[in-house]
Design a protein around this ligand. Sequence first.
Ligand SMILES: [Zn+2]
Ligand SMILES: [Zn+2]
Length: 362
Amino acid sequence: MSEMTTRTTMKALVYRGPASCAWDECPRPTIREPTDAVVRITTTTICGTDLHILKGDLPTVSTGRILGHEGIGVVEQVGTAVVEFKVGDRVIVSCITACLKCDFCRRAIYSHCRNGGWILGNTIDGTQAEAVRIPQADGSLYHLPVGTKEEDMLMLSDILPTAFECGVQNGQVKPRDSVAVVGAGPIGLAVLMTAQLYSPASVLMIDPDEQRLAVAKKFGATGVINNSQGDAVAQVMKLTGGAGVDVAIEAVGLPATFGICQEIVGVGGRIANVGVHGKPVELHLEKLWDRNISLTTRLVDTVTTPMLLKVVNSGKLTPGKLVTHRFTLADAVKAYATFGNAAQEHALKVVLTSSPIQTNNH
Ligand SMILES: [Zn+2]
Ligand SMILES: [Zn+2]
């Protein structure tokens, strides 16, 4: 056993209450349940949800919590009941913990697993650390295919299945469809990427940030709309001859962006909400009641992760291109500052690696 596995402490990014976090010394995680694994983190990233937590928006996250729910690493210890993984395996950590046995897991709603769900970096310690304890390891880890690019595979922890399940699948994107994605942040761009698996006739990206719209164009958007003047609805209507779009995907989580979706959805269309909402939104049924639309919400279940893993492994999708900034884990606080100031820093996904920084595999 290396010195690494016998150490009793480690460093981790610890939430210290609203607007405060620190790279602190913590106890190194150990196996508590036979179904646990301990994973040494080699690569992790920061999610928009982590920024919400840092603002103090999520009451489930208590002071002292290690943040993070995405990562890639090496299995360091396994409990006696873990059958799919052994020490030394390279793994992708799913943002959703799944026991695969409870009633919700049996219905493929892993996000509401009775023994898991979204707990990492929320109700239990997370992945922005030198090591993390993963409960229900068999249902919550995936083998990292040999020879793959770590930054591509890292996007399978959360962003790719979230965009695909909550946006593309729930929006029932089909070849003939016109699609509009409101929000061209990392999640919106991941929706754009995964929507193309179904060859929609058009994908419009709506965002007030010109830089992000330029990225969206490079990633295959058929049109981009800058909403800094607040006229996105009029622009979409003009582009669609007054019909609106078949699929409106909300990828921000604000009343205004959800409002745009309601105004641009066409007859027979779908509104798929992906954004995390912290405030009530108005639902305009007085306008929508007779338009044959449907509205969906979802917390990612990560049930499509095995499929997406194959697609990424084949090279058909290269979500690692969302990575704009790289830091060492020890610079996590600096990485948060960069990600928190995304517009000025032109940040999309910010990657943290255990030191020394690994060379970019791309
Ligand atoms: Zn996330
Ligand atoms: Zn379960």
